[in-house]
Unconditional design. Structure first.
Lengths: 298, 91
């Protein structure tokens, strides 16, 4: 608990509402950025059609050491960040939740655990009825990641297919009905999508009215001095760690480059707004190393 | 009474739809047309009649990535053979 509070206080943790009026120049700015995101693979320039294959290769390669690497790179902090994400989501029994790019299951397990704990604290009888309707869908474009997730689920004792479902799918073309989800999360995934705006509009489509969108993603650090330290860490330490632990320097080079190429907190907020969401907020964690963006479909 | 009925319904067709629960198959739609999918017994795949594409189910995981869908021949119910995807269908 103390560690969680400390992590939250580290750097500047801030909440900002998106300004209603935006200057035209900044709107054009982010549209050209979108195109460059579709054709950037980290700092490399790639044809748009190629990007998803390249990203696919990255995740097929890292799938088996994905969780270990996350712990190492973030010094275990990613667990707290995901806890915070679930806290903000505030899951309820009976909800239909979609976790996109959630391959290895971290977010889905947390949602399920949270719902189970809420249910147990409540009365028996009527609440258990609703509990049965809870459905968590984990969607990922990469089958290796999903297989790791399924395995972890059975190791943790989650009953096969009971409330957790695994689907291979594309964030840009989801296989769910309009207005079918109470919640949508995407943790450390949207950065890897070729067309961010498509993923956002699909998120909007599948959510019910009143449904919430939450995105946890590596973001931009502005805090002076800390920014420099973070850059050194990213470009020197992370790829080396990737080589040592996962046997794959290139994938982790891609990772740190793709973070820099991703829109900053304000730009991304605007993109979420463009998709139709309202009440967009973001919260920086660890001075902006990660940010949780949230919005509601009204 | 309602709970028991719902439970029975869920578990009795758990083996249906080629290794995925019926409830899941019912919740899924075609990623291209967003229309309902049909489970095809012979190929163990989910078929989108709206666009004439079938999506495989591999190791109990439905693969609904648009580019992995197989175009179906006109009048053909089964999925094509000799495709690039090497998958063992869960029967």
């Amino acid at each position: 608990m103390a560690l969680r509070a400390a992590a939250g206080r580290l750097g500047s943790s801030s909440r900002r509402l998106l300004p209603v009026l935006l200057s035209p120049s900044s709107t054009n700015d982010h549209k050209s950025f979108l195109h460059s995101h579709a054709t950037s693979f980290g700092y490399k320039h790639v044809p748009e059609e190629e990007k998803s294959k390249l990203v696919g290769n990255v995740f097929s390669s890292v799938a088996s050491s994905y969780d270990v690497m996350n712990d190492l790179m973030s010094v275990g902090l990613h667990r707290l960040w995901k806890d915070r994400l679930i806290s903000k989501l505030n899951p309820f029994p009976g909800m239909k939740h979609l976790d996109v790019a959630g391959g290895t299951g971290d977010v889905a397990f947390r949602v399920l655990d949270r719902i189970n704990s809420v249910s147990h604290r409540a009365m028996q009888g009527t609440l258990t009825d609703i509990e049965e309707d809870t459905q968590i869908y984990v969607c990922d474009i990469n089958s290796n990641m999903l297989n790791v997730g399924k395995k972890r689920a059975s190791e943790r004792g989650y009953k096969e297919g009971h409330r957790l479902s695994w689907i291979q799918g594309d964030a840009e073309a989801l296989s769910f009905e309009d207005g079918s989800m109470d919640g949508y999360t995407i943790a450390f995934g949207i950065r890897n999508v070729t067309h961010i705006e498509k993923a956002l509009s699909e998120a909007y489509r599948v959510l019910k009215r009143g449904g919430r969108f939450l995105c946890l993603e590596l973001s931009h650090v502005d805090v002076p001095l800390f920014k420099e330290i973070y850059d050194v860490y990213s470009f020197s330490v992370i790829p080396a760690m990737g080589e040592l632990v996962a046997g794959d320097r290139q994938s982790y080079q891609y990772l740190v480059e793709s973070i820099r190429r991703f829109p900053n907190q304000e730009k991304f907020s605007q993109m979420i707004k463009d998709a139709g969401f309202e009440g967009i907020e973001y919260e920086n964690l660890v001075g902006g190393v990660v940010a949780i963006h949230s919005g509601v479909k009204l | 009474m309602r709970r028991t009925a719902a439970l029975l319904l869920r578990h009795s067709v758990g083996g249906g739809a080629g290794g995925i629960p019926q409830a899941l198959a019912d919740a899924l739609v075609c990623p291209l047309s967003k229309k309902p999918l049909r489970y095809c017994e012979s190929s163990g795949s989910l078929v989108s009649d709206a666009v004439g594409v079938s999506f495989p189910i591999v190791d109990g995981i439905p693969c609904l990535v648009p580019k992995d869908g197989k175009l179906l021949d006109h009048d053909q119910e089964k999925a094509e053979d000799g495709s690039t995807k090497d998958s063992s269908y869960n029967q």
